[in-house]
Design a protein around this ligand. Structure first.
Ligand SMILES: NC(=O)c1ccc[n+]([C@@H]2O[C@H](COP(=O)([O-])OP(=O)(O)OC[C@H]3O[C@@H](n4cnc5c(N)ncnc54)[C@H](OP(=O)(O)O)[C@@H]3O)[C@@H](O)[C@H]2O)c1
Length: 251
């Protein structure tokens, strides 16, 4: 199969690309650095020629509800338009486990993405995953200085490598609308994993936990992001991931 990975240079995207190549698929990577922009549509139709499936793992890091909704709706619309013109038969969107009751901030954008995918004309599968083991590091990298602040977040994190492999399995099957959720093997608390990561890396930064206000903060602290009993479960624990070559330390 020819599989296009939109966002294939990102944290989960590069694992999806690696997994697709390892499974013998022909892979196309879409990202702005490679001349394809999901926000403007530039370069998409050309890049998707001959593709059988598209995995969308593009991202924006905003916490603004308006910006998140605009990004994910626009990106989805542009991708689906280009897929329809290029004859792509399966759109796979990566979303986040347990966000249904949290129509706020960044998650409002993800819910808008899911609605746009479902309303489109391309057969689709929405695959939700829990926070990645890489998530604490992504947040830490966005904060400079000796003090970092983490929202109170109850999660069940999973290795981005396992999410990438899951997305390739989903993309190489039939479009089913909604895939089973994928979560990690253990319950964790974001503040705690951030501290363990800094200790493992020998970084002397302090991390404080804060409870964010509003529906977003309530949702993060509620435990709903850990998913339910029917979810598929990843194998690597956070501490196993920390000691693996997939844990890239910030220089
Ligand atoms: N991080 C988590 O814990 C987590 C958990 C569950 C689900 N997810 C979902 O997984 C997806 C990917 O997250 P991530 O953390 O892997 O993202 P990431 O590391 O920030 O990577 C984002 C990717 O999107 C590309 N991109 C951004 N804007 C683009 C644009 N306008 N046009 C084309 N490509 C664009 C980037 O490449 P360029 O900069 O070169 O364009 C990059 O390849 C997101 O949708 C997120 O909601 C994340």
């Amino acid at each position: 199969m020819r599989i296009a990975v939109a966002g294939g240079t990102g944290v989960v995207g590069r694992h999806a690309v690696e997994a697709a190549r390892a499974a013998g698929h022909d892979v196309v990577v879409l990202s702005r650095a490679k001349g394809a922009d999901v926000a403007t549509g530039v370069g998409l139709v050309d890049a998707l020629q001959g593709a059988d499936a598209v995995i969308d793992v593009t991202n924006t890091t905003t916490l603004s509800r308006v910006k998140a909704v605009v990004f994910f709706e626009t990106a989805t619309r542009n991708l689906l338009d280009a897929e329809a013109r290029a004859g792509v038969g399966h759109h796979v969107a990566l979303s986040i486990v347990g966000i249904d009751g949290i129509d706020s901030s960044y998650y409002a954008g993800k819910l808008a993405q899911e609605r746009a995918v479902a309303a489109g004309s391309v057969p689709f599968t929405i695959a939700r995953a829990a926070q990645f083991h890489e998530f604490a590091g992504q947040l830490l990298a966005r904060m400079s200085g000796p003090l970092a602040v983490m929202p109170k977040l109850l999660m069940r994190p999973v290795a981005a490598r396992e999410v990438g492999e899951h997305l390739v399995r989903v993309a190489s099957g039939a479009a089913v609308g909604r895939a089973r959720d994928l979560v990690g093997p253990r319950d964790e608390v974001l503040l705690d994993v951030a501290r363990r990561q800094l200790a493992f890396d020998g970084e002397r930064r302090r991390v404080l936990g804060v409870r964010l206000p509003g529906a977003y903060g309530k949702g993060l602290a509620s435990g709903s992001l850990r998913g339910g009993p029917d979810a598929l479960q990843g194998v690597a624990t956070f501490d196993e991931w920390l000691g693996s070559e997939d844990h890239v330390r910030e220089e």
